[in-house]
Structure formats: structure tokens, C-alpha cells
Design a protein around this ligand. Structure first.
Ligand code: SAM
Length: 213
């Protein structure tokens, strides 16, 4: 039987801190939120491994380091309202819920929406709302957002997401680049949008009709 508490501490030390995750609020959220409650079936024993894992419907819960890095790059503040695209297991939503005021999260696969809602209920998390929808269109009723985090690989930046970002806001998004993805930070500044590439990564695809809006 795996000692999940111990495995979680090891993950934080060896996978997160050693690779440069230093934001104390992010590290605390990873300590407080049990990732194994977001991993189904036999894979639960691998919840604190350095890898993405299957969650059903052909989708994955992202590698812990990538979730932590994206959160650290977004740097949500206590009063922020954040939009997540690609709820999956709900783990990233749970991490964000510990760091900001409210999280809207959109997932295209209804079975995963039920799975994620159930996972968040187990932890009595109240400041996340999950919707079935096409996240390439964003989620208009909660907009504008202080930050947007896209947890699937986009072939381009969906224009609707940029519109739903507050001035001064930030979006973290993996963008297709030669067969894999590059994690990007997009900042909405007075002078326009500023794009910065951070690192190479691989995500499941962001599928939707919001690319050509
Ligand atoms: N954030 C998730 C977690 O913590 O478990 C991992 C997300 S998984 C890597 C990517 C998710 O994006 C999948 O569940 C997939 O169904 C979803 N997805 C893909 N295209 C989408 C779209 N247009 N709108 C909403 N969700 C989408």
C-alpha cells in the first residue's frame, strides 16, 4: 500500500522544488490537495509519479510539474477570478481554488465534467464552477477574467479567449509548434498583447470551433 502523504512530500521536493517551483502559495496548494483523489483506478498508486496519467475518455491529468509550473506562471492572487479551459480530472481547478477567489472551468467531455465535479465535492471545494462546453469560445458569463489557463494544446490562440481577458491579465497556453507544444505566456498590456515562450511540452489537443471566430 502506497503512503500517499510521503509520496506527495517527495513529489514536492524532487519534482517541483528541484525544477524551480518556488512560489510558496503554489507549493502549499500542492501539499494540501491530494492528487490521488483525482486519479482513477489502479493508476491511483502512481498519482505522485513524474508523469501524466489517464483519466478516461482518452484524456489525461497533466504531469504534476507542468500543473505547478503553469500555476506559478499564472500567479493567481487571492481576489482573482480565473478561467480554466480543459477541466479533465479537476485537479488544476482544485489547485487554483486554493489560490484565488473563483474558478470557472470548461470541459468538452460531459463524463469528465461529472468526474471532476465529484472529485471537487470530495474535498468540499465551493469556489469552482465547471461547465460542459467548447472552451475555445471561452466562457462569456464569467468574463472578463484576471487570468486564463488553457490545459490542452491549442493549434492557435482562440481570439475569444483574448477578448475575455482583463487589461493587465495573463493567459498561460500551450501552442502547437512542429509536432509538439510550446508553453506560452500571453499578457494583455496597454500597448497590445505580449507573447513569451517558456518551454517545450506535449498536451492532448484543444479541439473546438473558436479558432476562426
Ligand atoms: N486540467 C486537467 C487536470 O488537472 O486534470 C488536465 C486537462 S487534460 C490535459 C486536457 C483536457 O482538455 C481534456 O479533458 C480535454 O477533454 C479538454 N479539452 C480539449 N478541448 C477542449 C475544449 N475545446 N473545451 C474544453 N475542454 C477541452
Amino acid at each position: 500500500m502506497i503512503n500517499f502523504e510521503f509520496a506527495r512530500k517527495e513529489m514536492i521536493e524532487k519534482q517541483l522544488k528541484k525544477r524551480g517551483i518556488s512560489d510558496k502559495r503554489v507549493l502549499k496548494a500542492f501539499k494540501d490537495i491530494p492528487r490521488h483523489l483525482f486519479v482513477p483506478g489502479e493508476d491511483m498508486d502512481h498519482s505522485y509519479d513524474d508523469s501524466a496519467l489517464p483519466i478516461g475518455s482518452g484524456q489525461t491529468i497533466s504531469q504534476p510539474y507542468i500543473t505547478a509550473l503553469m500555476t506559478q506562471l499564472l500567479r493567481p492572487l487571492q481576489d482573482d477570478v480565473i478561467l480554466e479551459i480543459g477541466t479533465g480530472s479537476g485537479f488544476q481547478s482544485a489547485i487554483l481554488s486554493a489560490l484565488c477567489k473563483f474558478v470557472f472551468s470548461v470541459e468538452r467531455i460531459p463524463e469528465l465534467v461529472s468526474y471532476a465535479r465529484n472529485n471537487l465535492n470530495k474535498l468540499e471545494i465551493k469556489n469552482v464552477q465547471i461547465f460542459v462546453g467548447d472552451g475555445t469560445l471561452g466562457w462569456k458569463s464569467g468574463a472578463p477574467y484576471d487570468g486564463i489557463i488553457v490545459t490542452a494544446g491549442a493549434k492557435d490562440i482562440p481570439p475569444g479567449l483574448l477578448t475575455q481577458l482583463k487589461p493587465g491579465g495573463k493567459m498561460i497556453i500551450p501552442l502547437e509548434s512542429g509536432g509538439y507544444h510550446k508553453l506560452n505566456i500571453i499578457k494583455k498590456e496597454e500597448s497590445g498583447f505580449v507573447k513569451e515562450e517558456v518551454l517545450d511540452c506535449i498536451f492532448v489537443p484543444l479541439i473546438g470551433r473558436g479558432y476562426d471566430e
